[in-house]
Unconditional design. Structure first.
Length: 84
């Protein structure tokens, strides 16, 4: 669902399997910075699905847990992304 919404917005969605994620990869996720309320979001990484919306190497939005398509669209828009 996220991949389809990302396509609608003209952005790339990358899937990461946390069961095969290396310690270096996990540290990379935890070291991401953000702005505003998203500043610490990546460091709270737990459970799946866990979506980080990253722009210019900063977390600008996210979703923790499963959600419906309309909530994904809202999260993308709240992060300042626009449909193409």
């Amino acid at each position: 669902t996220i991949a389809q919404v990302a396509k609608d917005f003209g952005i790339t969605a990358n899937y990461v399997n946390v069961q095969t994620l290396t310690e270096e990869g996990l540290n990379t996720i935890h070291s991401l910075t953000g702005s505003g309320e998203w500043k610490e979001f990546a460091s709270t990484f737990k459970g799946t699905p866990f979506t980080l919306i990253i722009k210019n190497n900063k977390v600008v939005g996210g979703i923790s847990g499963y959600t419906e398509t309309e909530n994904i669209v809202s999260a993308f828009k709240d992060a300042g992304l626009k449909k193409k």
